[in-house]
Write a protein that binds this ligand. Structure first.
Ligand SMILES: NC(=O)c1ccc[n+]([C@@H]2O[C@H](COP(=O)([O-])OP(=O)(O)OC[C@H]3O[C@@H](n4cnc5c(N)ncnc54)[C@H](OP(=O)(O)O)[C@@H]3O)[C@@H](O)[C@H]2O)c1
Length: 269
């Protein structure tokens, strides 16, 4: 496994196993972060219309000089855009300055999710996005979608870390050929000083952040840690020169405390 490692989605599209998150990166900071990540070898950028940084991300992609087809770009439709998903999609493309995205997600399981999904299916069939998927979907939401759609979502992007080890959801996704993508894989920074985590990190001579990222990758989960700091962007990509042992993976699995740093979709009917 290395920074170029990709996982195959259920439609054959390949997603790089490590991506850069960009929530709360804006303006020049976002542009510089993406440019820095691309220069450090990242080939996967996660954004959303909600983040308000699609333009800067598009600018960084252009400035990088890296061929478009080598970069995997994800964006998402936000909750107030479901009255016209096609316009939302077109706006995102225009903001990004791209003529397709690699992955287009329903950001949150809003009540209109099934009608929106039909439109995403059409956008996919028209070749305007290489894959479509969802985010913050629970097993109930996924079951509903599977029963009512012709295309199985390629991805479910959810909060996931040893502190929120959603094993049932992970197993469900694996069984149904839906790739799980872990957001807030660093617990938004909150647990990085946790003694038990630091002890494991010291054993491998790695940082806590690197252990959390590597843990996700070894579970065959795509991880999209966010940083807008050059050193930390590089640090978060230095996760391919060591293995966490089986025993330590088990130990990390047991860190679960169902702790969330983002929104909880389990109450959404
Ligand atoms: N679909 C959704 O609903 C959803 C929700 C949340 C997030 N996401 C996506 O997932 C991405 C990642 O999640 P996140 O941004 O919530 O949290 P995260 O990646 O778990 O943590 C980001 C925080 O950790 C800090 N950090 C990064 N690398 C570090 C390191 N090596 N050492 C110490 N601190 C470090 C960052 O600060 P610096 O920038 O200063 O380094 C930032 O404050 C988002 O950016 C977004 O793209 C999606």
């Amino acid at each position: 496994m290395d920074i170029n490692t990709k996982l195959k989605l259920n439609n054959g599209t390949e997603i790089p196993i490590l991506g850069l998150g960009t929530w709360l990166s804006s303006g020049k900071t976002a542009e510089n972060a993406v440019l820095c990540a691309l220069q450090s070898g990242y080939r996967h950028i996660d954004t959303a219309s909600f983040y308000g940084n699609e333009e800067e991300i598009g600018e960084a992609i252009k400035k990088s000089g890296i061929p478009r087809e080598e970069i995997f770009v994800t964006t998402k439709i936000w909750n107030n855009q479901h009255n016209n998903p096609e316009i939302a999609f077109n706006n995102s493309l225009e903001n990004l300055g791209l003529d397709y995205v690699d992955l287009y997600l329903i950001h949150w399981p809003v009540p209109q999710r099934l009608t929106t999904w039909k439109i995403l299916e059409r956008l996919y069939e028209e070749g305007r996005c290489k894959a479509i998927g969802v985010s913050n979907f629970t097993i109930n939401h996924l079951n509903e979608l599977l029963k009512n759609s012709s295309i199985i979502p390629a991805v479910n992007q959810v909060e996931f870390s040893p502190y929120l080890y959603q094993q049932e959801l992970l197993d469900f996704c694996k069984k149904n050929n839906i790739q799980l993508v872990a957001y807030s894989p660093l617990t938004r920074g909150d647990k990085l000083d946790n003694n038990n985590l630091v002890a494991i990190a010291e054993k491998y001579n790695k940082s806590s952040a690197q252990i959390l990222i590597r843990w996700a990758l070894q579970h065959n989960i795509v991880a999209i840690p966010k940083s807008s700091n050059k050193n930390r962007i590089e640090e978060n990509a230095e996760v391919f020169n060591f293995d966490i042992s089986k025993e330590d993976m088990k130990l990390l699995d047991q860190f679960n405390e169902d702790g969330r740093y983002c929104w909880d979709p389990s109450e959404v009917i």
